[in-house]
Design a protein around this ligand. Structure first.
Ligand code: MN
Length: 492
């Protein structure tokens, strides 16, 4: 399913006590609000009015439909009037889609002269939303609560932000990861429980032989490669005479993509330790596939690969890129400490601050031919890095706020794409916090998403979330991790 086809359903709660006239007004307003919010341009996906519900059966029926509708990415509910919440129990215990309680009201202000008991009966969201909030709390339902006036841009933007997390969680259920080879030998953090990941996130993580990819590579025609090389020439600066190496990467791109499409996979992994029959480690090929929205994790890192695909889906339509990243080395100049992120090859060109160059350089490890790759500098700006780790029995999502800068050195002999940043609150505290929380060396870096997107995604998934921000101090983080460890043990 194309991410752009998702929709959200707006469900308004009420009851039959107020008579048909009130219900007709509620119905008309629910429709008007959903239409206006959709047309505002502030919601990344449409909010479709799905009806005013007044009974256990109506609520259960909408929930059942939402659960099985592939296009419904979540419910946004609001109580225009009072809606006794025992009638919501059977629906809410069965709800499998992301759920947002929108605490708003139709009118912005109280009409001083007109307000009477009829007005009070029709407009009692303050009252109805509390009754609804209680039942979700009683059921321990995972939810987002957004309070604010529905016509306000900032409120619509918050709703739109939550939609991204909800789409991430729905998209997650269809994620299939194609693994070429296993994990890099002896590495711990790229391991994890694939069965638990499928139970929690819906991911199907499976392996295909590298030999099959080699057969696909060998079948790519010269004409297919010619066409792709034309596209490369338009998008990138060709900074090499070694066209044969570039053509080999084009073959890899075409072959990997054909296999991904054949199996409906949206993400893949490989490892330089298992390239049997291949001439180069895919560099340019992987960067190109990342730019097309595929997830990727190096060294067999299927968790980061799936997370990259999901975060790219969440960022649909936003400015700023999202891609696979790795902390490589620090600059510890006192007072201006920075981290240099890169990878052997596979940095997504959506992170680039300028037109990338295609270059061919030897790779120190893997024992294959020098691979073609895109070389560029990342752009400056606010961003996040996110990582998903398996702590044994549960997953933890860690997100750190970072500020990317234009790299302070030219680094003319560094043959890979690079991004330079300052982690918050500062490099040293940020590094201590990241290490304390167990964050991986692989991350997903995104200029488009923020920590709230990731926190809401963790909420929908029902997993632990740790945010390292400008407010982080090590003492409180230690305490937070200790308490979360106890709490999450009880939940498993
Ligand atoms: Mn790596």
């Amino acid at each position: 399913m194309d991410v752009r086809n998702y929709k959200f359903w707006f469900v308004v709660g009420s009851q039959t006590l107020y008579g048909q006239e009130v219900l007709d007004t509620v119905d008309a307003r629910g429709r008007e609000m959903a239409d206006k919010m959709t047309k505002s341009g502030n919601l990344p996906w449409p909010l479709e009015y799905k009806g005013t519900v007044k009974s256990n059966d109506e609520i259960l029926s909408i929930v059942t439909e939402a659960n099985t509708s592939p296009e419904c990415a979540g419910l946004v509910v609001w109580m225009h009037t009072f809606s006794p919440s025992k009638m919501w129990i059977n629906g809410l215990v069965n709800l499998q889609k992301p759920y947002c309680h929108f605490a708003t009201q139709y009118n912005r202000t109280i009409p001083n002269e007109e307000i009477d008991m009829d007005f009070m009966n029709l407009n009692q969201a303050a009252h109805g939303d509390r009754e609804h909030g209680f039942i979700a709390a009683r059921l321990r339902n995972r939810r987002k609560i957004i309070a604010g006036y529905w016509e306000d841009e900032d409120v619509q933007i918050r709703l739109g932000n939550w939609m991204r997390s909800a789409v991430g969680a729905c998209f997650s259920k269809q994620v299939k990861v194609m693994r070429f080879g296993d994990n890099m030998r002896e590495v711990a953090v790229t391991e994890g429980d694939k069965v638990e990941a499928q139970i929690k996130f819906g991911w199907q993580v499976n392996t295909w032989p590298v030999g099959e990819l080699v057969e696909y590579i060998n079948k790519v025609t010269a004409q297919e490669v010619d066409e792709l090389i034309k596209e490369y020439a338009e998008l990138y600066v060709l900074n090499t005479d070694d066209i044969e190496s570039v053509r080999y990467q084009a073959k890899c791109e075409i072959a990997i993509k054909k296999m991904l499409e054949r199996e409906n996979c949206v993400a893949f992994t490989n490892t330089f330790e298992d390239l049997h029959g291949m001439e180069q480690l895919p560099g340019l090929a992987t960067q190109r596939l990342l730019a097309q929205g595929y997830g990727y994790g190096a060294e067999g890192d299927w968790k980061t690969s799936a997370l990259t695909a999901i975060m790219k889906a969440m960022a649909t339509g936003l400015e700023g890129g999202t891609g696979f990243m790795e902390d490589y080395t620090y600059d510890l100049t006192k007072g201006n400490e920075l981290s240099l992120g890169a990878h052997m090859l596979e940095v997504c060109p959506t992170l680039a601050g300028h037109k990338p160059r295609i270059e061919v350089h030897p790779l120190g490890i893997g024992g294959k031919n020098p691979p073609a790759r895109l070389v560029f500098e990342g752009k400056p700006g606010k961003a996040i890095v996110a990582t998903l780790i398996d702590l044994g029995g549960r997953f933890r999502l860690i997100c750190q706020d970072i500020e990317c800068v234009k790299p302070i050195y030219q680094m003319p002999n560094l043959p890979v794409a690079r991004v330079m940043w300052k982690p918050l609150p500062d490099l040293l505290t940020g590094v201590e916090a990241w290490i304390l929380a167990g964050g991986a060396h692989h991350t997903v870096l995104s200029y488009a998403l923020n920590a709230e997107h990731m926190e809401d995604l963790a909420e929908i998934w029902g997993i632990e979330f740790v945010h390292i921000s400008k407010d982080t101090d090590i003492k409180s983080l230690k305490n937070e991790l200790f308490l979360k460890d106890l709490a999450w043990k009880l939940q498993v």
